[in-house]
Write a protein that binds this ligand. Structure first.
Ligand SMILES: Cc1ncc(COP(=O)(O)O)c(C=O)c1O
Length: 380
């Protein structure tokens, strides 16, 4: 059995200057923004150290090792064959979503977003000149395929898919994705699939890349992903845009040259090291840690938050917890921060369905999670 990866000690984490550890005072346990508290995979540290030592800090060239590294990773980890010529890079996933939306929609067109979902989706659509059309997930966190079909029939031209879904941790099934692709094809619509959490599926769960779900999916889909979530590289600015069809590849090729030019070279270097087979053991150790923490959260919710509802997520490191039974109103996060000194994400920022919810980042130590839930529980 794989030994779970251990988080860095709190005193070391408090020396970090990135958002998770630098936003709040030292008496706050930060369980909000999706950064993780583990040491980097050793191959990433080595690659970045070497780059710093030789001053390799320039612009990212158009072709580099990341495309081939991702192709090999996709084959090993997702059983997915990707054409390296159809992998392009940009600065981050959200930028990729926005630029692809610009490529597939005309100003004023409607784009389906499926809340509860990663809040920047609501902003990415207007940033691209389009209009958000909400088709919420079902009560069990699945895509509402009849609702999506109705929205496409009424004129929506694209959809932002979150697979796996943040914040519910839903890993959409191959059948669902294939059906979604059939619907999109029928209406001439595009599906842009954010797959950033894909490497972090729970033991025993299979992630299906949207483009690999069916021939229709390959024809209508664009995937955007990055090593930034699983390997904690968000500050290094590098994401991948992947297509599987001549027409969609041409759409990406027509994006302004600056879209690719903005790729961070440290992000690309770190991504190459992350996707290398040498980092698989680290990834498996991280997944073993997250598997433990997913279960631990269930125990902590039962112990400290009676009546709260938490479904163990199939992927990622975010716990979506319905605390409405505790009578803390629509948005308990500010009260939890103020009184328990624990920073969690406000449920309503993920859409209306997030009222009475909090999102808790569990990519940290068991010790900090225990302390955080004890503090929140003391408010009950
Ligand atoms: C679903 C999803 N997409 C994108 C991002 C952000 O990615 P990036 O920093 O590459 O834009 C996150 C970060 O948490 C996320 O959860």
């Amino acid at each position: 059995m794989t030994t779970p990866l251990d988080a860095l000690p709190e005193d070391v984490l408090r020396r970090r200057g990135s958002t998770k550890w630098a936003t709040h005072p030292d008496d706050v346990i930060p369980l909000f923004v999706a950064e993780s508290d583990f040491p980097l995979a050793p191959a990433i540290t080595a690659a970045l150290r070497e780059a710093v030592e030789i001053g390799d800090t320039g612009y990212t060239p158009p072709r580099h090792g990341l495309q081939d590294a991702y192709v090999a990773f996709a084959a090993r980890r997702h059983d997915w064959t990707v054409d390296p010529a159809r992998v392009r890079t940009t600065a981050d996933v959200v930028m990729g979503l926005v630029e692809l939306l610009r490529g597939v929609t005309s100003p004023g067109e409607r784009v389906i977003v499926t809340p509860p979902v990663y809040p920047p989706f609501f902003d990415a659509v207007p940033e691209a000149g389009a209009v958000v059309e909400l088709v919420p997930l079902t009560a069990t966190g699945e895509l509402d395929l009849p609702g999506i079909e109705a929205a496409f029939a009424a004129g929506a031209t694209a959809m932002l898919l979150c697979n796996p879904q943040n914040p519910t941790g839903t890993v959409h099934t191959r059948e669902t994705l294939a059906e979604l692709a059939t619907i999109a094809k029928r209406h001439g619509a595009a599906i842009i699939s954010d797959e950033i959490h894909a490497p972090l599926v729970r033991e025993g769960v299979t992630f299906t890349p949207f483009l690999d779900a069916s021939a229709d999916a390959a024809a209508v889909g664009y995937a955007v992903t990055s090593a930034s979530k699983a390997y904690n590289l968000a500050g290094l600015k590098c994401a991948l845009m992947i297509t599987a069809d001549e027409r969609t590849t041409e759409v990406v090729a027509q994006l302004p040259i600056e879209v690719e030019w903005r790729t961070g070279w440290f992000g690309a270097l770190a991504g190459i090291a992350a996707y290398d087979e040498a980092s698989d053991a680290w990834l498996d150790a991280l997944r073993a840690r997250l598997d433990r923490n997913r279960t631990l959260i269930a125990e902590l919710v039962a112990e400290h938050l009676p009546g709260a509802v938490y479904r163990v997520p199939d992927a990622g490191y975010l716990a979506w917890i319905d605390v409405s039974a505790l009578g803390w109103g629509d948005d308990p996060a500010p009260m939890i921060l103020e009184r328990a000194r624990v920073a969690v994400n406000p449920g309503p920022s993920f859409g209306d369905a997030g009222r009475g919810h909090i999102r808790v980042n569990f990519a940290t130590s068991e010790e900090l999670l225990r302390e955080a839930f004890a503090r929140i529980g003391a408010l009950v």
